[in-house]
Design a binder for this molecule. Structure first.
Ligand SMILES: O=C(O)CNC(=O)[C@H](CS)NC(=O)CCC(=O)C(=O)O
Length: 276
């Protein structure tokens, strides 16, 4: 299946971001892609909770979701919206960081709420407290498509290998890791983490990313690492998008999954052991 990763520099204006994503999806479909993926927080990259509270909507009212469902249906493609920041149902007053898998008929086939929250001091001047704004998910998700079984995850989840082992053991052949990685940790860890998860599971890893300096109408601009990547089930870097926004196209071959797993059947070699 020809697959397109969209690398974005999303701003904090959801309407503007929707227009850019639609343009890239048209290009992807024209290039023969039947599956496209967008990064984490496709609809809004913002460091300002008050701004997010003003521009974000709950799922039913979210115009990025309805707009992209419409585009996927018009183009007849599968679409993983890496994530949208959406308002949760009361009494929860934090947002959800939620992936959506859209089928070529425009229907939502799967949802996944990011489980692991990035509450980290990256450097002396750069801190993130994702759990202050977002409520974590509690459920791992796999989804069937005609081109393979997807295992869904988001960004900081990549640091928790047991999630990916569980997804692979539940049948996932393609792991999705839409991200907005910090430049500092991206340079140090991004490629190694993605390659490790591919090697451990013998699955394709598709990691569409936010990149660059994100324009903000209020508060501080945020920067992200970019380098959207496709990793083969054997752990090879098949594509690295660098730091410019745009499209990356690859042809996914599911035979590579069974080949990698036949060579190293570690997924079937789990043993239980006493805790240390
Ligand atoms: O804040 C939002 O609106 C959406 N959430 C994110 O962008 C999250 C939390 S700040 N980013 C990450 O998880 C980066 C992880 C990372 O960089 C690492 O693991 O090193």
């Amino acid at each position: 299946m020809r697959t397109a990763l969209l690398q974005l520099t999303s701003s904090d204006d959801p309407a503007q971001n929707l227009g850019l994503v639609r343009g890239l999806l048209h290009e992807a479909a024209a290039a023969g892609a039947g599956f496209a993926l967008t990064p984490e927080v496709t609809n809004c990259v913002s460091m300002s909770r008050p701004h997010q509270a003003q521009v974000l909507r709950n799922e039913a009212q979210d115009e990025t979701l309805s707009g992209l469902r419409d585009t996927a249906a018009k183009l007849g493609i599968w679409l993983l919206i890496g994530s949208l920041a959406v308002k949760s149902d009361p009494p929860e007053d934090r947002f959800a960081n939620r992936s959506f898998l859209i089928a070529p008929d425009g229907e939502i086939r799967a949802r996944y709420d990011k489980i692991h929250m990035f509450d980290v001091d990256v450097s002396e001047t750069e801190s993130y407290r994702e759990s202050s704004g977002y409520a974590p998910g509690t459920r791992a998700v796999v989804a069937q498509t005609p081109f393979g079984t997807l295992g869904l995850s988001i960004c900081y989840d990549i640091r928790f290998p047991h999630l990916y082992r569980a997804l692979a053991q539940a049948g996932a052949q393609i792991l999705t890791v839409p991200s907005a990685f910090s430049p500092v940790t991206g340079a140090a860890h991004w490629e190694s983490l993605l390659r490790a998860r591919a090697i451990e599971t013998g699955a394709w890893v598709l990691a569409p990313a936010q990149t660059g300096t994100h324009p903000a109408s209020t508060g501080k601009c945020r920067s992200t690492y970019g380098h959207s990547m496709v990793i083969s089930p054997w752990g090879e870097v098949i594509a690295d998008a660098g730091t410019e926004p745009g499209l990356t196209l690859v042809d996914l071959d599911l035979n590579a999954v069974s080949k990698a797993r036949a060579r190293i059947p570690s997924l079937t070699h789990t043993r239980s052991f006493e805790s240390p």
